[in-house]
Structure formats: structure tokens, C-alpha cells
Ligand binder design. Structure first.
Ligand SMILES: C[S@@+](CC[C@H](N)C(=O)[O-])C[C@H]1O[C@@H](n2cnc3c(N)ncnc32)[C@H](O)[C@@H]1O
Length: 409
């Protein structure tokens, strides 16, 4: 099928002229990240029109009124749980902050830790965790899940591993990079929790931009200085595809141990997988995106570009596109990354204008290294938001396993 030009008015479209005063968004959101764009009524109306058109196109496709489907329902080859054999942590416990839809939590659990409690402000993400693990103590929503309201001293001495990925928006290249000036900067809360609980170890995760020179003062002042008196802290940047996840996604981890003995015994996780020609001794080949999703061979495959969370931008969308470069990469892979469908049957029925393979929520979950049946709760953009915010579980597993190796000795 010949390729058609990409859809107009995409996420990166700047062609809509500003006319008149700025008006507030009418879209309600439970996401603490949502920072609507400053738009005029004319601009908002243009976006509303796009949404109406795309809703109508989806409705008619799902009612069988659209073009005939051209792709079979895919049967993935990638099974993330195979990358995370369940380990026995012999009763070692973990407490999770900023748990989101549970990427870090799942990796930590498979590495052998038992969760004492998980805290997450978004109600839908809390529901995801409860649905996935009915035996976890999940605290969610503004009253129970907001870490700012929690007195962590109640767990002092009772938690082996404290982990969390404070919101990355203050540091992300995709955001305004206001660091500690951003009211969403929750690192001070992570630091407070470490000081109040005094776990044997902690793992703090974030976007690699936090390890860039721009934020070196921030890291020294807000993370290292308050904790390095009582913890030995190491910082590592890891790539998800080095651990078998078919996506280019780098993340920084701050790993702290309360004693020097534990810190000296720790070694950073080593890559288990490679992509392309960069073969490593004893390593396995990471699947490309098409192979992972079980799509037919078109003679070209590659890792997925870094996917974005649909909650973090100024608009809640069902697109996982991060950049124009990502858009080109998906085009070369003949995959349509906008208007992600709730499930595979709907993705098949809603034929993309250029005939490329339309993604579904379970497909995007796989791209992020979640088992495809991880039960994300909420509308499609909400599920995609939880997925896009997550640490790929196999990457979390590698880091948590390296900590378990030390704590269980
Ligand atoms: C980067 S995401 C974490 C993703 C998670 N680590 C995972 O792997 O799935 C950050 C999370 O922090 C949550 N959050 C933001 N402010 C919070 C607060 N004050 N209390 C609790 N959670 C908060 C957000 O809703 C979001 O789900």
C-alpha cells in the first residue's frame, strides 16, 4: 500500500493562528501533570474539531462503516515476564512512592520484594494497582495517596527498600525544565521519606536529563547533600533495550545503601541484551518493535522510539509520539502511533489513513515491557498515560535484583 502524507494538525502542528484572548481548557483531569496550553478560543475550537472528526472516524470504523481492515490481529512474540523470573526475596520488604501504574512496582516485586504499601495521587493509577494486585496496600487519590500528607515514621526500620520515581516533568527535555521551581518537584518528599523510614536501601528513578549538567547543582543540593550523610549513593543511567525491552528509553537511577558494606558489595546491573551489531558476550538479541508485536516481516525492524505519556503534554491525547524524529521512525516501521485503540480488535477495525498498523493499549504496554494483560484502569489516554510514565518493568527488575543480591546476602 503506498504511503500517504502524515495526518495534518498532529501534536506538533503549529499552524493554527492565535486570534483573541486566551481561554481556559474545559477538559477535567486528575493528573497532577496536566498543564493545559494557553490557547485562544479559535485555537481550542480547531483542536475540538480535530477531536470530533477523529471520534466520528473511530465510531464509524467500529460500527463497520469504515474501510475494510487490512491487518490481521497480531500475536506478539515478546513476553516480558520471561525477562523477570520470580525471585525469592525471603521476606524482604519494599515501600513504593509515586507508584503510577506500577512499572517500578512490578519489577521490584518480581525481583523478590514484598510491598508494604504503595502511594499514588491519581485515583485511576491506584485502581490499576489494586486490580493487578488485590493483596497490595495501595493508597491513592488526593486524600490517601498524596505523599506530602504521609507521616513515614510509622515504617521506620520496617522497610528494606524504598523506591519511587518522582514526577519527571520538572526535569524532562519535553517540559519547561524549571527543576526545583516547578511545584511538581517531589524529590524533597522522596528525601523526607528516606530520612523518616531509614530503609536499608533506596532506588530513586528519573529521566536522564536529571543527570545532565543543567541539573547538577539541583542533584547536589536536593538529593545528594541531604542524604549522603547517612547513605552511600551511586548514580547509573541504563538503557531499556539492554534489558530486552524493544524501545530506546534511558533512565537514571539513584541507588543508596545505608551502610558502606552494602554499598561496596553492590554492582550495577550489566546488560543482558543487545540490539543490532553491538553483540555482547553471553547476551541475547533484543527484539525489534515489529518482531516483538508479532507483525509481518517487511524487511525492516528497529527499536521503538521513546514513547511519551499522554498525560504529560498540554493535551491529553491517545498518541505516544514524542518528537518528529519518532514520527519518522514509526513511519519507517509502518506503524501508526496516534489514535491508539483500546484493544486489538478496535485497532484492526479502525484503519489508519496511511494503511499502517494501528497500535492498541496492550501493544503499547508491551513496548514499555509490561505484560500485555496488565489491567490499566481508565479511558485510553489515561491507560496510555500510566504506561508512558512507567519504568519498563524488566529494567526495574534488573535494578531491584542488583539490590536484592546485596540485601539478601
Ligand atoms: C513518573 S510517574 C511514576 C511511574 C512509576 N514509577 C512506574 O514505573 O509506573 C510519577 C507518578 O507520581 C504521581 N504523583 C505526582 N505527585 C504525587 C504526589 N504528591 N503524591 C503521590 N503521587 C504523586 C503521578 O501521578 C505519577 O503517577
Amino acid at each position: 500500500m503506498p504511503e500517504r502524507p502524515i495526518q495534518q494538525h498532529s501534536l506538533f502542528d503549529t499552524s493554527i493562528e492565535a486570534e483573541g484572548p486566551i481561554v481556559p481548557s474545559r477538559i477535567p483531569s486528575t493528573s497532577p501533570f496536566h498543564q493545559p496550553r494557553a490557547l485562544t478560543e479559535a485555537q481550542r475550537e480547531k483542536f475540538r474539531q480535530m477531536s470530533r472528526e477523529s471520534r466520528e472516524a473511530r465510531r464509524s470504523a467500529l460500527a463497520g462503516e469504515g474501510p475494510a481492515p487490512i491487518h490481521e490481529i497480531n500475536l506478539p512474540n515478546f513476553h516480558p515476564l520471561d525477562l523477570m523470573p520470580q525471585r525469592d526475596g525471603k521476606g524482604l520488604t519494599a515501600l513504593s512512592l509515586f507508584s503510577g501504574g506500577g512499572g517500578l512496582d512490578l519489577g521490584v516485586e518480581r525481583a523478590g520484594f514484598t510491598h508494604t504499601a504503595s502511594f499514588e495521587i491519581m485515583p485511576e493509577a491506584g485502581d490499576t494497582l489494586r486490580k493487578a494486585r488485590s493483596d497490595w496496600a495501595v493508597f491513592s487519590g488526593e486524600t490517601d495517596g498524596d505523599v506530602r500528607r504521609v507521616n513515614f515514621k510509622q515504617w521506620r526500620g520496617d522497610v528494606d527498600l524504598l523506591h519511587g520515581g518522582p514526577p519527571c516533568q520538572p526535569f524532562s527535555n519535553a517540559g519547561r525544565q524549571k527543576g526545583h521551581l516547578d511545584e511538581r518537584d517531589m524529590w524533597p518528599q522522596f528525601v523526607r521519606a528516606v530520612k523518616e523510614i531509614r530503609p536499608a536501601a533506596f532506588i530513586g528513578e528519573n529521566v536522564p536529563a536529571l543527570a545532565s549538567p543543567k541539573f547538577s547543582d539541583y542533584v547536589s543540593t536536593s538529593i545528594m547533600a541531604p542524604l549522603s550523610g547517612s547513605y552511600h549513593i551511586q548514580k547509573i543511567i541504563l538503557q531499556a533495550s539492554d534489558f530486552g525491552v524493544p524501545q530506546v528509553r534511558r533512565r537514571v537511577f539513584f541507588i543508596g545503601f545505608r551502610t558502606k558494606k552494602l554499598a561496596n558489595a553492590w554492582s550495577a546491573p550489566q546488560p543482558t541484551h543487545y540490539w543490532g551489531d553491538a553483540s555482547i558476550a553471553g547476551g541475547e538479541r533484543c527484539m525489534g518493535l515489529r518482531e516483538a508485536l508479532g507483525l509481518p516481516d517487511i524487511g525492516v525492524d528497529d527499536l521503538s522510539p521513546t514513547i511519551r505519556s499522554s498525560l504529560t503534554g498540554p493535551r491529553h491525547t491517545t498518541s505516544i509520539l514524542n518528537s518528529v524524529a519518532a514520527q519518522r521512525k514509526f513511519e519507517s516501521l509502518q506503524i501508526w502511533p496516534n489514535g491508539v485503540a483500546a484493544d486489538r480488535a478496535s485497532a484492526r477495525a479502525f484503519v489508519a489513513k496511511n494503511g499502517h498498523f494501528r497500535l492498541s493499549v496492550p501493544d503499547v504496554a508491551l513496548i514499555q515491557g509490561f505484560p500485555e494483560d496488565w489491567p490499566f484502569v481508565g479511558a485510553t489516554y489515561m491507560a496510555l498515560g500510566q504506561i508512558g510514565n512507567a519504568v519498563p518493568p524488566p529494567l526495574a527488575y534488573a535494578v531491584a535484583s542488583s539490590v536484592l543480591d546485596v540485601l539478601s546476602k
